[in-house]
Design a protein around this ligand. Structure first.
Ligand code: GDP
Ligand code: MN
Length: 380
């Protein structure tokens, strides 16, 4: 789960990483009031779950509350790469002498946390890595050894930070970032830029914070931060029903069980000359109600022209899935052609149930490829 900048900064603050004071605003009036309360120059920042807001015009400095309101007005109507701005973070403006970059990510290859630090901050880290790889210091932290001070010092020297006062502050920030990273079960904690003010104070001016979805149950206060309105309506409906759903841009709606099977179904649709409109993963479950829920989610997408059920049943039983399909057809009027391929547990029984009921828009196919071809043909 990705957090907004202001949420990430709230966690930074909780873990003792210095950030500027700010307020959330959802209108120009609120932005004006926030700027007045904070006093002095402020920065008006679009809160969207994507980076590069500065370049897209989503970050503006304001000298007065009036100016903050004007910027708020302009930014609130922005669409930043498909993300509509609905919230603003109004923060006390900082003076910037230097912009550094610091992050902690999870390096799956090494099975360790990986810190990256460079003095070339404020720009995309990919650009630094490509243009000046030597300027990027890296440090792996062994989860069993834990965080060691001497390692962090190596990171800081490696990045070429030679000011004693900066070294001390950054050492503390690196240590706390590791605590935040581990403490919140994060996948990414990125500070870009980590600034040094003209007075020599180091602080986090931005935050990119991603928490492992599978660990959210341990962090109810973070789970609560999820902004349901940031998701497309179909994805919200799917989430509410506990269905895994991903929107794509073709015409064939796909229902499968298990991520691997669903992925190969996408490939087979492409092989048959079609394009998937979306996919739903029934997971290991696939009881009748779950199937009915998933069908409801899929058919809510107006781009869907045909639906392909690709079930390889292990724990899931094909007769249960067949009942779900029939139940869904009984509950709601679904006019899309539905193509079904069953294999595995009770495939025979499942196919029998469907052939007996014989809804006019249902097609049972023997193999995955036959089913994909039929679904693509029916979507044309
Ligand atoms: P991003 O573009 O989405 O990464 O948003 P950031 O929060 O990183 O802001 C982009 C840039 O705006 C920063 O690199 C700074 O140069 C500038 N900026 C952001 N906040 C301030 C501020 O308080 N004062 C000044 N002078 N510049 C700021
Ligand atoms: Mn940034």
């Amino acid at each position: 789960m990705d957090l907004y900048e202001y949420q990430g900064k709230e966690l930074f603050r909780r873990f003792g990483i210095p950030v500027s004071e700010g307020r959330l605003a959802t209108s120009a009036d609120e932005a004006r009031a926030a700027a007045k309360e904070l006093g002095g120059p402020v920065v008006v920042k679009a809160q969207v779950l994507t980076g590069g807001r500065g370049k897209a015009g989503g970050i503006k400095l304001a000298d007065s509350p009036e100016e903050a309101a004007q910027h708020a007005e302009a930014i609130l109507s922005l669409d930043i790469r498909g993300h509509v701005v609905r919230k603003l973070w109004i923060e006390k403006a900082s003076e910037i002498a230097k912009e550094y970059y610091l992050s902690a990510t999870f390096d799956r290859g090494e099975k360790k946390a990986l810190f990256m630090l460079t003095k070339e901050g404020g720009i995309d880290i990919e650009e630094v890595a490509a243009r000046r790889p030597d300027a990027l210091a890296r440090l792996h932290v062994d989860p069993l050894e834990g965080f060691q001070h001497y390692q962090a010092r190596r990171l800081i020297y490696g990045a070429g930070i030679d000011d004693r006062d900066e070294q001390k502050q950054i050492l503390t920030i690196v240590e706390r970032l590791y605590e935040a990273f581990v403490g919140a079960d994060a996948m990414l904690c990125e500070i870009n830029p980590l600034i040094v003010t003209p007075g020599g104070e180091v602080k986090a001016l931005d935050s990119k914070f991603t928490v492992d979805d599978n660990a959210l149950y341990k962090h109810p206060h973070i789970a609560e931060m999820r902004d349901l309105e940031a998701y497309p309506p179909e994805e919200r409906a799917a989430r509410a029903k506990g269905v895994t759903y991903v929107k794509l841009d073709g015409e064939v709606g796909i229902l499968g069980n298990g991520a691997g099977l669903v992925m190969s179904t996408l490939d087979v649709i492409a092989l048959a000359g079609g394009r998937p409109a979306n996919f739903c993963d029934l997971g290991g479950g696939g009881d009748a109600q779950g199937v009915a829920d998933a069908l409801e989610v899929i058919t809510a997408d107006p781009q869907v022209r045909s639906i392909l059920f690709n079930i390889f049943a292990g724990i899931t039983r094909c007769d249960e899935v067949a009942r779900g399909i029939l139940q869904a057809l009984g509950q709601t009027k679904i006019e899309h052609p539905i193509v079904v391929r069953f294999d595995g547990t009770n495939a025979e029984e499942g196919r029998d149930l469907l052939t007996q009921a014989a809804p006019p828009n249902l097609y049972v196919e023997p193999t995955m490829l036959d089913a994909a071809r039929r679904a693509v043909e029916l979507a044309a």
